[in-house]
Design a protein around this ligand. Structure first.
Ligand code: ARG
Length: 468
């Protein structure tokens, strides 16, 4: 990156009597980070030049020269040969200056009828559209991974928790399908956000529109946007679409952090519910026995920075009067980091989740230990004519006895159970088993293996439909 201070900026230096201070030039420049949008900047410029030629502002020859020059510049950038200059402030002026260097005066005509204000708004939207499309694919891959693990575990019994205390038995497949539902909403939120991203601001120019006979519908079509924006002041100024994206990203990270927390616990020796393949873990330099669940831990930690970016962007936009303000240059770093963080987090989870192995025997043992069928016993008593409150009381006493004796309800004798309620009969043992307990919750959304299989099939059809 060159950083000289010899002349005033060639793109806007006309009215300046002295060069910008070298520090100020660096301080106000964005090229170090906005060069990430070079591809989209060129894409937007090619569409703009094509439209300008169509309406007669450029000749066809000028258009072709511009497109040729921009195409070459794109290759220079891809090859890493492009020399970015801080003095030229941002990605837009770096590319335009290089174009003029390459094709001469015609390069200077490209900026007719537009401003960097609508240009940057267009670039961000193009960039975000590309990224959202990729992220949607990653969420889909993650959902496929969850389904493949769930499919293998429709009958695997584990304790279901509330307050992290054993509550009722559930199947591991059912637990995983809860994750699937969260991911499905994450997908829908991102897809919905894309609709408001995919609108063309170009043509708003600096703030008020332009006097050239531009055809914004044509530019929108060329770039694959749904339509042009309807108000020039709004087009160049609002970054609500970036805030919306970061908010959808925050919610997704929140979900990932919840799953991460469960994976970290489950991988511990105390739970021992899952085996996390070694490739997603690291060791300790001092404790030889250690195998740490780094990937979930790191994703859990990274959630914080995405929330921070959301707060940063909201605060950046707050109180900004119309129209464009330089403040908005600060939208890019949080947005880019949000994209990178979400990409990495989704990727690692999409890779890791289908590779997890459930340790069904430990899950089963844990469910058996925690009096997880106590509700089933209460429901059994209700079926025998006992009022639910009384049934609750009877079972509470039986559990108290079990705690003292170190025995589960299913390990008590019929005589012992009858000591708490004489209506209890031999058939009670059917409801005290874990299998009986989960199979009994046999309605849509319930944990019965049959229902979990149906949920997986529904989800598979949903994904097949999406990928059509
Ligand atoms: N680098 C600027 C940004 O990211 C581009 C637009 C600057 N416009 C201007 N008139 N200074 O927002």
């Amino acid at each position: 990156m060159t950083d000289t201070n010899k002349t005033t900026n060639q793109q806007w230096g006309g009215r300046f009597s002295e060069p910008v201070d070298a520090f100020v030039a660096r301080f106000t420049a964005s090229v170090e980070f906005d060069q990430r949008m070079a591809k989209q900047d060129i894409q937007g410029s090619i569409a703009h030049a094509t439209m300008l030629a169509k309406v007669g502002v450029l000749t066809d020859e000028e258009r072709d020269q511009i497109i040729q020059g921009l195409t070459e510049i794109e290759q220079e950038i891809a090859r890493g040969e492009f020399e970015w200059s801080v003095e030229l402030e941002d990605v837009h002026m770096n590319i335009e200056a290089r174009l003029t260097q390459k094709i001469g005066i015609t390069g200077k005509k490209l900026h007719t009828g537009r401003s960097r204000n609508d240009q940057v708004a267009t670039d961000i939207r193009l960039y975000m559209r590309d990224e959202i499309d990729f992220l949607l694919e990653e969420v889909t891959r993650l959902q496929q991974g969850i389904l493949s693990l769930a499919e293998r575990n429709t009958d695997t019994i584990m304790p279901g928790f509330t307050h992290l205390q054993t509550a009722q038995p559930v199947t591991f497949g059912h637990h995983l399908m809860a994750w699937y539902e969260m991911a499905q909403r994450d997908y829908e939120r991102l897809a919905d956000c894309r609709k408001r991203v995919n609108i063309l601001p170009l043509g708003a120019a600096a703030l008020a529109g332009t006097t050239y006979p531009i055809d914004r519908h044509m530019t929108a079509d060329l770039l694959g946007f749904e339509r042009p924006t309807y108000n020039s002041l709004d087009s160049v100024s609002d970054r609500d679409f970036a805030i919306e994206f970061t908010s959808a990203a925050s919610i997704t990270m929140m979900h990932l952090s919840r799953w991460a927390e469960e994976l970290v616990m489950w991988a511990s020796a105390q739970f021992n519910f899952i085996f996390l393949p070694d490739r997603f873990c690291t060791g300790s330099s001092i404790m030889p026995q250690k195998k740490n669940p780094d990937v979930p831990e790191l994703v859990r930690g990274k959630t914080g920075r995405v929330y921070g970016h959301l707060m940063g962007l909201l605060t950046l936009m707050k109180s900004q009067c119309l129209a464009y303000n330089k403040d908005n240059q600060e939208d890019k770093e949080p947005l880019f980091d949000t994209v990178d963080t979400l990409r990495g987090s989704l990727r690692s989870f999409a890779d890791m989740i289908p590779a997890i192995e459930a340790r069904g025997e430990y899950m089963y043992e844990a469910a058996r230990r925690g009096f997880s069928t106590a509700t089933d016993l209460a429901d059994y008593l209700v079926r025998k004519g006992v009022a639910f409150r009384d049934a609750h009381e009877i079972v509470g006493k039986a559990v108290g006895f079990g705690v003292k004796e170190g025995r589960d309800l299913s390990e008590m004798t019929l005589e012992e159970l009858q000591g708490f309620g004489d209506m209890i009969e031999q058939d009670v043992f059917e409801v005290l088993t874990l299998e009986g307990s989960v199979a009994a919750r046999d309605h849509i959304g319930g944990t019965a293996p049959a229902q979990v299989k149906a949920a997986i099939e529904r989800a598979q059809a949903e994904l097949a439909d999406r990928l059509k």
